[in-house]
Design a protein around this ligand. Structure first.
Ligand SMILES: Cc1ncc(COP(=O)(O)O)c(C=O)c1O
Length: 396
């Protein structure tokens, strides 16, 4: 049977990581993958995580299965992080949360749930979006449509076109929105724009699926949740897919959460019963370790404060690199203005480099960038900045 198989194309981003690994040039720079790097180019384990792991090692007494929805207190902790402890959604019990294997796991369970229970609902993704969104949703059986988002001419949000497109989305369809640090563009709506987006979503009866993979990486934990909280109006239903890969540095532990907000606590329980079937028939129940770390840190005042500081350090470094890159490019060339990079959020920006320029950077300078021009700002360091900017200036 297997002899009939045709090879599938390699993953566009992970294929480049492989090529980077094999590149023998010592001065090579990797701006492709979606992981945070510190000033020495490492992806560190957070101190709060190491401490939580120590405590877990000492206190764990069984490796028995978790429930289908994960660690019992996990859901409440996640909801408090998303909305703050006093929010009506947290106190009213109209939201349910499942611990999932990463943000991707949450998106896939959401996709399965939507396709199974609302088979005519289509899902609308920003143009562009995280490369895996269409694949995950299509694998779940959903039809994927797109709405305008990014204006490459101005390196900004195509806000009027976005609102016009939302006004055409049929009631009962689903819109996938990036809560903050939009991947791949780094361009987020302002709080005022979020309000207008939420107005249209509410008026038209569109279901928001908020992908929250970078809470804390943009401006701050609460500021980054501004869009989500604007969409969380009384009685409004929504879905949130959280990832703790980036803000806890727990990439390989696969830890995330799926939260479904219903209009009432009773409906939320009904939705949970359906979600549990989606999980049971997929991976049965989530892995423990990553969720155990997140729950330990969020519950302990000291570990939580360390975590918040560590996230602030990551955020400040990224924003520092954004500024240094824009300023250094301004010194090297007047061929293009890169000051827009300073105003964007999170690890990614759309650089505007063409596939040909990206190829030259890789071939001639050992600088790796995704061919669509997306750069991971966290791959920049004070040490590699001069070389990086010289190389970019020479290919422009
Ligand atoms: C926008 C977005 N959503 C979801 C994910 C998935 O994260 P995880 O690694 O937790 O599955 C990512 C990871 O890069 C992402 O950028």
């Amino acid at each position: 049977m297997f002899e009939q198989l045709q090879p599938a194309p390699p993953d566009a981003i992970l294929g480049l990581t492989e090529a980077f690994r094999k590149d023998a040039r010592p001065e090579k720079i990797n701006l492709t993958v979606g992981v945070y790097k510190d000033a020495s180019g490492q992806t560190p384990i957070l101190r709060c995580v190491k401490e939580a792991e120590k405590r877990l090692l000492e206190s764990e007494s069984s490796k028995s299965y978790l429930g289908i929805d994960g660690i019992p207190e996990y859901g409440r902790l996640v909801r408090e992080l998303l909305w703050g402890p006093q929010h009506e959604i947290v106190t009213s019990s109209r939201a349910v949360t499942l611990q999932t294997p990463g943000g991707t796991g949450a998106l896939r369970v959401a996709g399965d749930f939507l396709h199974k229970l609302f088979p005519s609902a289509k899902i609308w993704c920003s143009q562009p979006t995280w490369a895996n969104h269409p694949g995950v949703f299509k694998a779940a059986g959903l039809t994927v449509e797109t709405y305008p988002y990014f204006d490459p001419e101005r390196n900004s949000l195509k806000f009027d076109a976005l609102i016009e497109a939302l006004q055409q989305i049929p009631a009962g369809d689903v819109i996938c929105l990036h809560a903050c640090c939009h991947n791949p563009t780094g361009v987020d709506p302002t709080p005022e724009q979020w309000k207008q987006i939420a107005d249209v979503v509410q008026e038209r009866g569109i279901l928001p699926l908020v992908d929250f993979a970078y809470q804390g990486f943009g401006v701050g934990f609460d500021e980054d949740a501004a869009g989500l909280r604007e969409l969380s109006r009384p009685g409004m239903e929504l879905i949130v897919a959280s990832s703790f890969s980036k803000n806890f540095g727990l990439y390989c532990e696969r830890v995330g959460a799926l939260t479904v907000v219903a209009a009432s606590a009773e409906t939320a329980q009904t939705a949970l019963s359906q979600l549990k079937i989606c999980v049971r028939t997929n991976y049965s129940n989530p892995p423990y370790h990553g969720g155990g770390i997140v729950a330990t840190v969020l519950q302990d005042a000291e570990l939580r404060s360390t975590w918040e500081q560590e996230v602030a350090t990551m955020r400040d470094r990224i924003n520092g690199m954004r500024k240094l890159f824009a300023d250094t490019m301004a010194q090297k060339t007047s061929a293009r203005d890169f000051s827009f990079i300073k105003n964007q959020h999170g690890m990614f920006s759309q650089s505007g480099l063409t596939p040909e320029q990206v190829d030259r950077l890789r071939e001639d300078y050992a600088i790796y960038i995704v061919r669509n021009g997306r750069i991971n700002v966290a791959g920049m360091t004070e040490d590699n900045m001069e070389r990086l900017c010289d190389a970019i200036a020479s290919v422009l």
